[in-house]
Design a binder for this molecule. Structure first.
Ligand code: TK8
Length: 335
């Protein structure tokens, strides 16, 4: 055999061994819509996810992130997924309760106490159960990423007890559980999409908003706020959603690569958030914001005050759904 032919054959054989299933992957250009800014840890997670996809697919599946709501807000992008005109979105679960009411369970105030509790619920059977419900409304949740525990910022005063919310003009997500939670504390709560928050704070149309530290930092809300109070009133997941109509046209290998690599990205994203939480808070204090932490006793008072919010929303979320999470948590806490 001629030397060059032999060499060529060897290369072909080597490639076939290294990546036996490359034929199962097509060139894919996946648009990923994000409401948050480009320097949010979701970006680090997506880089890790991309590297994983490159390895699995020989560089065939490519994601492009769009940031700051460039492709539309959370709700709008999610609707575009359902109709198959957009591939993917990383969104908080909260604005989607109109599409899937069971997601409202995550919005119940003071449900989770730690990240570990949230991870155990989301990454386990319960998370799968919610994912099945999402599939029925045209959405594939590749994995639960993190937005995180939410804290309150405002331009008026420190929040040390629920009475301090009295009369605060407060932006809440487009979600009735949040609306009721803060109205119940006496705030003048207004639902608003994320993309409108900065200018509403800047023009003083609103006094207050609530989000995880890293989101308050990267979306620059702290630049137009004076107080930051650690309330940890809710843990909000980010869902890494994929359009079911588009997902259904992918090969099983492509689908598995997306799911597996979304988990790789999730772990990186969660880690980077834990790191950045500290730096984000330090940066905000350095910028002159007054910082306080509400006491565990006050958190308990807020939870008790919020029982009526649980009662009002339990049925629409699904009593079984709420009980499933509560019993998982009770088990964890008993250990
Ligand atoms: C980003 C949002 C945001 C959420 C909100 O798209 O709306 O306040 O917490 O992080 O999903």
């Amino acid at each position: 055999m001629k030397k060059s032919l032999k060499a060529a054959l060897l290369v072909t054989v080597a490639c076939a061994v290294a990546s036996p299933a490359l034929a199962d992957f097509k060139q894919r250009n996946i648009r990923v819509s994000n409401g948050i800014a480009e320097d949010h840890p979701v970006h680090n997670g997506m880089d890790a996810m991309q590297q994983c996809l490159d390895e699995k697919t020989g560089g065939k599946m490519k994601m492009t992130g769009f940031w700051g709501g460039a492709l539309g807000g959370d709700l709008q992008s999610t609707q575009s997924l359902r109709s198959g005109v957009l591939d993917s979105v990383v969104t908080s679960s909260s604005p989607l309760v109109g599409i899937e009411p069971a997601l409202g369970v995550f919005d119940l105030p003071f449900l989770f106490r730690t990240n570990e509790e949230a991870y155990a619920v989301m990454d386990g059977e319960f998370g799968d159960y919610i994912n099945e419900k999402l599939e029925k409304v045209g959405l594939i949740n590749l994995a639960y990423w993190e937005n995180g525990f939410r804290n309150v910022s405002n331009s008026k005063r420190p929040i040390t007890k629920w009475e301090d919310f009295e009369g605060l003009k407060m932006r809440v997500m487009q979600n009735n559980i949040f609306l009721d939670t803060f109205s119940n504390f006496g705030a003048n709560a207004t639902p608003m999409s994320f993309g409108e928050v900065f200018s509403a704070l800047e023009t003083k149309a609103i006094d207050a908003q609530e989000n995880p530290y890293v989101t308050i930092d990267t979306s620059k809300f702290f630049e137009v706020q004076n107080y930051i109070s650690e309330t940890k009133h809710t843990y909000t997941p980010f869902l890494f959603l994929f359009s079911k109509p588009i997902f259904d046209t992918y090969s099983p290998e492509e689908q598995a690569a997306l799911r597996d690599c979304a988990v790789v990205g999730r772990d990186v994203e969660r880690d980077v958030i834990q790191e950045l939480n500290k730096t984000s808070l330090a940066k905000m204090e350095e910028a002159g914001l007054e910082f306080n932490v509400i006491s565990p006793e006050e958190q308990q008072r807020m939870l008790e005050k919020s029982q009526e919010v649980y009662d009002t929303h339990k049925d629409e979320i699904g009593a079984d759904v709420v009980e499933m999470v509560q019993s998982t948590l009770a088990e964890m806490r008993a250990q």
